[in-house]
Ligand binder design. Sequence first.
Ligand code: FES
Ligand SMILES: [Fe+2]
Length: 436
Amino acid sequence: MRQKDSDDLVRVGPGTTMGHLMRQYWLPAAMSSELKADREPMRLALLGEKLIAFRDSAGRVGVMDNKCPHRCASLFLGRNEENGIRCVYHGWKFDVDGNCVDMPSVPPERDFKHLVHAKAYKAVERNGLVWVYMGDRKSAPPLPQIEATLLPDSEVTIQFVQRECNWLQALEGDIDTCHFGFLHGGSINADMLPDEALLRYTLTNRAPDYNVADTDAGTMYAAYRDGAPGETYWRFANFMLPFWTQTPQGKFATHLHNRAWVPMDDEHTMFVSLRWKNEPSFVTDDRNGNLMPGFGRNFDYIPNSTDWYGRWRLKGRPENDWLIDREAQMRGGNYTGIAGIHQQDQAVTESMGPITDHLFEHLGPSDMMIMRTRRRLLAVARALAAKGTVPPGVDNPEIMYRVRSGDFMTEAGLDWRAAYDRQMEAATRPLQQAAE
Ligand code: FES
Ligand SMILES: [Fe+2]
């Protein structure tokens, strides 16, 4: 990889190649529950911009530049009152659309509030999430139709976790299936698993073969290896533009979930996970019903603070070596000595440093999906920059709905796309079924 490719992939601020691409899409930026009407505003870092989010008296969400357009005092200090945020420096007040609605520091005859606009971004809410559009279009494109984001609040579990590294290296953990047999399961033996757990094949063969392809929505891979005699064990996963993934960690038929890696800036990322509540939980227990070493699913947070990077941080952090337990690592069972699958992913991707050194890497056959995804991102972002080509899914969000991932078994010798199509037909699609 050339330095220019790396820079174009990782930089997300205004005017950057990737930043411009991401600004074409709606971004899941916060949980609706983080903002309360007429209560304190929230600092929100998004795509390298420092923003303030608040909920007005009528319940509408405002997302605007941190800097007051008068003389740049922080609107974080503002008073959230009577359908707007009032800057505490000279009392100018702005509604959620950024209109200046009051300018009490200026004599009425010289009032020029109609000429002043705070820099505000469009924000809407759907199913428990606040979505922000940071692009240039006067009327924003349609909201995404990513399957899990369409589930009603009551049907979906939403989780946020901050990761202290660049968005791309964080995301790439989700499309890198072969790490499962090491980072998470390196000391787990297939015999420990319940008989029905297909996951066993990731442990009996830790070096699968791959098929990788571009899709309408992004990229897809199928990792495959021999299953039971005469059968093939498949693990499908997806990347969806601009920062969404679906992992193979679940039964394809019911694995209704989506994961976003939303860049806060070049060195901080908010992981946004949406998961269908009715999906059977992923195997974490051994055949005796005991939690397998290193497999905890609970997230241990430190309390949120009001800092730009104070939301949804885990206890295991770079400063404390992600709470690695060397005794547990040496004892066996837990390969890393770090408790929790997400925490293990967090540790390795943050351990690369805030922005990984792409020129130092040695990518191999197991990294085909990562290479393909980087190329796809660069191609789409550069086509937008050079020719204004609208990226996939912006005006046709329905293409994002037809994407699923997960694992399953078929007879040996089946073509990978045929295997996928057959699974898609059999998959549980609660929204479609509700619509029919
Ligand atoms: S700086 Fe905000 S009103 Fe003056
Ligand atoms: Fe992982």
